[in-house]
Design a protein around this ligand. Structure first.
Ligand code: SF4
Ligand code: SF4
Length: 299
């Protein structure tokens, strides 16, 4: 690949969150990206090239990044007087790699939930899992709402260096999505001993039993590659809402569905019966250290 691969970023039905996320990446990493890639077009970040310029040129692009869900219905969205689907179909043939940035671009996301938007879909529903891009590489899904900025950059750098990236069954890079949000969560000891957090925003307790935390069943490296190099939702006391999975967004995301007091969904890979036994045993222990405040100024 050339020294400075060309990147085109299209926005379809989106809240702009993935662009905001990219802009929140580590400053030196973003500078490195701008130095080592040529950002040819981004509707908010470039000014020298318009979308019409991109559409009318015959140039090839290394990376076509698509943020937001696609629709062929021009009553919902037009870009340069065309539907977002039509634009992507044209650009895919001139691009080496196609990357869906965020859960809306990957699966349709929140936009696809409205019944009157039955035409709203993710990128791979338009271009196929085996896309017709120039490299023949499968469509890459970078799920997340928004996707972590470092996941975007790591994917671009991997493709630049190696020419391909290994994907899981949902077309997500394995290196980034084989972990669970649960891995590296600072609340794991509370999870093991079934000590629930009393409310949002506290340092103490796990958020699984009452507050809907999806960390144990959500493929993401949020607690491995920290946000702002510092933290994550679960570290600050907000449950993981499973934004990297295909069923996102679900209803009532901040509560744990239960049957007879047992979470309806248990951590990945554990049978309900085994989980029930473990929970019963763990609950018989009363560990003072885990019941009190981590920092008790009155002590
Ligand atoms: S808060 Fe969520 S991610 Fe953290 S230990 Fe509990 S279930 Fe796991
Ligand atoms: S912790 Fe969960 S909800 Fe938060 S960004 Fe990661 S995958 Fe999404």
């Amino acid at each position: 690949m050339r020294n400075k691969p060309k990147v085109v970023w299209i926005q379809a039905l989106t809240c702009n969150g993935n662009t905001q996320s990219l802009l929140s990446s580590n400053a030196s990493r973003f500078e490195q990206f701008l130095n080592q890639f040529e950002l040819v077009y981004h509707p908010s970040l470039t000014h020298h090239t318009t979308l019409n310029d991109v559409l009318q040129s015959n140039a090839s692009y290394d990376f076509l990044l698509i943020e937001g869900a696609l629709t062929s219905n021009t009553q919902f969205l037009t870009l340069s007087d065309q539907s977002s689907t039509a634009i992507v179909e044209k650009l895919i043939k001139r691009s080496h790699y196609v990357i869906a940035v965020g859960s809306c671009a990957s699966y349709g996301g929140v936009h696809a939930k409205f019944e009157h938007n039955d035409d709203v879909v993710g990128v791979q529903s338009v271009v196929g899992k085996k896309s017709a891009c120039k490299s023949g590489h499968d469509t890459i899904n970078l799920t997340g709402c928004p996707v972590h900025p470092e996941w975007i950059l790591q994917t671009l750098y991997t493709l630049k260096a190696k020419g391909n990236i290994a994907l899981d069954d949902e077309q997500r890079p394995i290196e980034l999505y084989s972990h669970l949000a649960h891995h590296g969560c600072t609340r794991n000891e509370y999870f093991e001993w079934k000590v629930e957090s009393k409310s949002f925003g506290l340092k103490e307790g796990c958020l699984f039993y009452e507050q809907g935390c999806r960390g144990p069943m959500t493929h993401s490296s949020c607690n491995k590659i920290l946000w702002n190099d510092t933290s994550s939702k679960t570290r600050v006391g907000m449950p993981c809402i499973g934004c990297t999975e295909t069923d996102f967004p679900r209803e009532n995301m901040l509560e744990t569905k239960k049957n007879i007091g047992i979470p309806a969904e248990v951590p990945l890979g554990i049978s309900k019966r085994a989980y029930l036994s473990l929970t019963g045993i763990a609950k018989t222990f009363k560990i003072e250290r885990l019941i009190g405040k981590l920092i008790d100024e009155n002590r």
